[in-house]
Design a protein around this ligand. Structure first.
Ligand code: FEO
Length: 402
């Protein structure tokens, strides 16, 4: 049975929720599933905005077919060619062979790599600022390279002021009957998944997101329709403010993330002790994570949220404890900036992890290191405890100044 939602008089959500998925992109845990949003405009011409993942084809095609009724599909606008959105382009073409496909030059290069149907006879190539009139509506195209792939673009309906924002403003998580952000308690139900989605999927491309936000700031926007997660029609400034902070690598709040990689528990003990010492000094908003039990995507999201990050790691085969190595490499890959770092190392014969951690994070810009690295030899003793206490003093002092 079709499962659709009305957005405006002539605009429908025809997407699909996926609650079987466990790993988005086969890497990010999504315990609440995913939504693949697609939208159908019933103007004088009919327009479909993107498709959905291959796992959801049947439901999607039924949604489109029901919403179109007896009408033909005139246009498919492809804002993004990643397979979670493009997988059903071939199925749409097979079902609606007269459809015209709208994309930019890069869109069609990728389309030719993914599909072997006749693209040439159907393609409508657009560039920044081009306009597609569909009857009552007028759609214009804004290029959004690297948000999240090079071909990404967004589409703006200049009549109803709707921004079809592709991956931007999306979130992990399936929707449950309420497709508008204002129908949910976004701050408690969605923001953590929206932040983890943003920081991991496009966090690396802050400059490109900033460029898109600058273009969007010139538009009057009544609704944001992303390709994942809830639609924005109220309090749009809230999510825009989050995007401005995330894309410019500004912490949302004062706070300390402590992440530790511990083999037998002694590095964990040092991390716990530091957390308590920070609490004793009045620091609030401390979060402690076991690298072995926490997916790196959560550490990335927490690190984008808070101002200070402490890394505590055992030396392991003269390298870093593997779960911490993954986290540090991923943080370095996601371009984290404007943060204060501190390091605790442990080793029974040759502690080397502070140097190794620093080397990985050195490639990031505009971060600072607080205090002296703390060295634990096997287990905390009075000397290393005193080092931890000094580090806690310095972190607490720095947190106050943020
Ligand atoms: Fe949701 Fe970049 O695809």
């Amino acid at each position: 049975m079709y499962s659709t939602k009305k957005i405006n008089d002539d605009l429908y959500w025809v997407g699909v929720n996926d609650r079987k998925i466990t790993l988005f992109e086969n890497v990010y845990p999504v315990t609440r599933g995913m939504s693949y949003n697609s939208y159908l405009l019933l103007d004088k011409k009919t327009v479909l905005f993107d498709t959905v993942d291959s796992v959801a084809s049947l439901q999607f095609l039924e949604n489109v077919s029901h919403t179109l009724g007896e009408r033909e599909l005139d246009y498919l606008i492809v804002n993004h060619m990643e397979p979670d959105h493009c997988a059903n382009i071939g199925a749409i073409v097979a079902r609606y062979p007269s459809v015209k496909i709208v994309g930019n030059a890069k869109t069609f290069v990728m389309m030719g790599q993914f599909f072997d149907f006749d693209i040439e006879s159907r393609k409508v190539v657009v560039k920044e600022g081009d306009v597609l009139d569909t009857g009552r509506h007028s759609l214009t195209f804004v290029m959004a390279p690297m948000v999240h792939w090079p071909e990404a673009m967004v589409t703006y309906d200049t009549v109803d002021k709707v921004l079809f924002s592709a991956d931007a403003f999306g979130s992990f998580g399936a929707m449950s009957g309420n497709i508008f952000a204002d129908e949910c308690d976004f701050e408690s139900e969605w923001i953590d998944d929206a932040r983890r989605y943003y920081t991991n999927i496009v966090g690396k491309y802050g400059m490109q997101v900033t460029n898109l936000l600058k273009k969007a700031s010139a538009l009057e926007i009544s609704k944001i329709c992303p390709l994942h997660g809830p639609i924005w029609r109220e309090n749009i400034g809230y999510i825009l403010d989050k995007y401005i902070k995330w894309s410019s690598y500004i912490p949302e709040e004062k706070g300390v993330v402590i992440v530790y990689g511990s083999v037998h528990g002694h590095t964990e003990n040092a991390a716990e002790v530091l957390a308590n010492l920070l609490g004793d000094r009045g620091v609030k908003n401390i979060r402690l994570f076991n690298a072995s039990m926490t997916h790196y995507s959560q550490i990335i999201a927490e690190s984008f949220k808070r101002s200070h990050i402490v890394f505590a790691c055992a030396t392991y085969n003269m390298a870093l404890f593997p779960p911490m190595q993954v986290i540090l490499h991923e943080l370095a890959e996601h371009n984290l900036q404007n943060r204060a770092f501190a390091f605790i190392e442990n080793g029974t014969w040759t502690p080397a992890s502070a140097k190794l951690m620093t080397e990985i994070l050195d490639k990031l810009k505009n971060n600072k290191i607080i205090g002296q690295n703390v060295t634990v030899k096997s287990a905390l003793n009075s000397d290393s405890y005193a080092q931890l206490a000094r580090l806690a003093d310095e972190i607490a002092q720095d947190v106050k100044q943020v």
